[in-house]
Design a protein around this ligand. Structure first.
Ligand code: C2G
Length: 153
């Protein structure tokens, strides 16, 4: 019987931390089911995604080793998902360590080390810095052009 692994996540601005989590989760079994948080559920988690659910799900389901993507609508659906997909192992990054131990009544629970120095939050911060530098340069250009126009008047 195939050993099924299940994990959950937002996977916004997909990066190597997400990839390595999925690779290591898949290596714990023969098939991997990934529940991707919907935009509505992310609002509940207090997260605002850059990439909409449909695209996040499309990226994840095309990652090698991912066999099935399902939507994550609520915190409470995990036990139903475990039963519906005959899950043997539930996996999360260790930022969630201990949070899902109740699922040990239904399947193995494994927390994997997060990949260091990469996160969606960090990527957003770096993007903001690039944008703010750009907008400062645009402001300087506008001042130069306004001064030039004043000189020509
Ligand atoms: N992750 C990781 N290393 C990183 C970043 C993320 O291993 N540098 C892992 C997280 O620990 C998680 C998975 O990648 O297991 C997806 O991360 P997020 O998209 O941030 O997921 P999250 O918002 O924590 O959603 O019901 C559970 C929630 O849906 C989890």
């Amino acid at each position: 019987m195939a050993r099924t692994v299940l994990t959950y996540g937002t996977f916004d601005l997909f990066h190597v931390g997400h990839l390595r989590l999925l690779q290591r989760a898949r290596a714990l079994g023969d098939r991997l089911v990934v529940a991707v948080s919907t935009d509505e559920f992310n609002a509940l988690k207090g997260k605002r995604c850059i990439i909409p659910y449909e695209q996040r799900a499309e990226i994840v389901e095309n990652i090698k080793g991912v066999d099935r993507v399902i939507p994550e609508h609520t915190w409470e659906q995990k036990v139903d998902d475990i039963r519906a997909h005959h899950v043997d192992v539930f996996v999360m990054g260790d930022d969630w360590r201990g949070k899902f131990d109740a699922l040990k009544a239904h399947c193995e629970v494994v927390y994997l080390d997060r990949t260091q120095d990469i996160s969606t939050t960090d990527l957003k911060q770096r993007l903001k810095q690039v944008i703010s530098v750009g907008s400062d340069q645009v402001k300087q250009m506008i001042e130069i052009l306004q001064q030039l126009k004043a000189d020509l008047d």
